[in-house]
Design a protein around this ligand. Sequence first.
Ligand SMILES: [Zn+2]
Length: 83
Amino acid sequence: MIESAVHHAIGRFRKCRKCKAEPKHYQVRGRRSGEPVRFEPCPGRHRIACGCTHTAELPTLELAESAWEQTQRRTKRPAAVAA
Ligand SMILES: [Zn+2]
């Protein structure tokens, strides 16, 4: 499995509200250990990560970006308490 950072223009992603860093986009290729070997081309996965949090690995950058937005909206209050 190969993970590489993809470069984007500064300001492309919303800065992390906890560590104030702009996250990076990582593209992950290849299979994880334990996954069956696939013979079709691997589509790759995308995740967005800063110093303190990261999204799940998702099939497209668009999905990873919306997951990132969700991490930034999340509050520390339990969902049951949030209005
Ligand atoms: Zn952060």
